[in-house]
Design a protein around this ligand. Sequence first.
Ligand code: SF4
Ligand code: SF3
Length: 542
Amino acid sequence: MSMFCFQCQETAKGTGCTVQGVCGKKEDTAGLQDLLVYILKGLAVVSEEAKARGIKTESNGLFVCQALFATITNANFDNDRIIELIGDAMARRDALKAELSIAGGIDCVTWKGSVADYPAKAASVGVLSQANEDVRSLRELLIYGLKGMAAYTEHAAMLGFQKQEIYDFMSAALASTTKDLSVDEMVGMVMKCGEVAVTAMALLDEANTSTYGNPEITQVNIGVRQNPGILISGHDLKDMEELLKQTEGTGVDVYTHSEMLPANYYPAFKKYKHFVGNYGNAWWEQAKEFESFNGAILMTTNCITPVKDSYKDRFFTTGMAGWPGCTHIGDRPEGGAKDFSAVIVKAKTCKPPVEIETGSIVGGFAHAQVMALADKVVDAVKSGAVKRFVVMAGCDGRHKTREYFSQVAEALPKDMIILTAGCAKYRYNKLPLGDIGGIPRVLDAGQCNDSYSLAFIALKLKEVFGLKDINELPISYDIAWYEQKAVVVLLALLFLGVKGIRLGPTLPGFLSPNVAKVLVENFNIRPIGSVADDVAAITAGR
Ligand code: SF4
Ligand code: SF3
């Protein structure tokens, strides 16, 4: 076996990628990412020691987030960048050790090597280095939750919003995976991850809405214009803002792709006349859509699929995203903006996009907008016009089995409303599902992190209806997952006490039978079933 990774839903055979990632991640990159996580654990162990001695380690919080973010599925395939991060992690760890006069310690604290030593070391520190499958499962569940949290925390930090308690938890959680904890302690850490995830998502929500305004109901154009364009994908709204500013008046149009679609709902972005709308669908359709787009492409975060030669020269990455051989737009200088001029120069040489569809889709139902409609929503529930809400948030992916989600959306009774967030929405956001008394039957809150909005809405409804338990609400959960941000969203929902979540298209391969049993027994999590069975059960309130 040359590598082992099972962190995402598309892992080979549902158990693990062992030769090359289904995502395109190669053995060497997988090894480097394993080594990076390993050294981050060492840094965390030393940071915990510093904390115990009352020494501040705040400066490492954002770095740890960024390094974890680089190891998320489909984010960074560039070995040079991962090698740089490993070196930086070791330097930070060793500087702290020197400050504390720590000489010995466990291997992740003491190991040092040159780049030439990395492959051999990586082979011995990966996921399978833990022989006990239940310990492995709980530790990896925690690590994947942390990766998701790291991504959201990083986005908030880019907008100037940081919370030390999030960084503190991440450090404690990373360090905990090096200790012999009881099963209860490990489960406790996983649940705590859900709790801190709520804090992280609330922080990002605050960062986004206080910087760019509250998302509002918006008709998003899905057709094209006849100017050269830039297609921006990923989740980073700060990049969106700077790109819109820098492209204004250049004759280059801007379109969103996949998870950047919700940028169309923000007042601060809608005002730009050259911001045309959204082009294409979810991440996994990018190869053909990037080809027909013709223009420059800017990938701000995950999800990158193997970059084809046909558009490689107009494909740019920034932030923690990376693809070897493609131009990477560097970080913003202190107090300044990123320089997207290379992307703009490239776009100007490109043909306008080929139109692949026309019309519009509607979105922008984050919590403030839904609360503005609260009376209407509550009346509709009270009058029986709306019987039930079905939360179908999460990720999309390439497997055919995901057609289940489109079919459920179509088969649900017409008096049910789908609440969505994340790229899972592309399975049904272009279907003619209609509305209920003017309330669209698909309410899109935004990106995967805006699942926070859905939890917020659920908690508000619980309050409005005077219920004791969130599970008494007429809400069912039918969630699609792919990568580690969905893992942390799931942990957040569990922390909020949501029970009976259906999860698909498959349960995570990293859950051992015993750990899966704990989730089933405590939270009644279950895999999706057939469309007919699940729709019948949802209709019956189960
Ligand atoms: Fe396989 Fe997913 Fe890991 Fe990629 S991220 S190597 S597809 S498990
Ligand atoms: Fe999508 Fe990658 Fe998860 Fe942000 S963009 S939801 S998969």
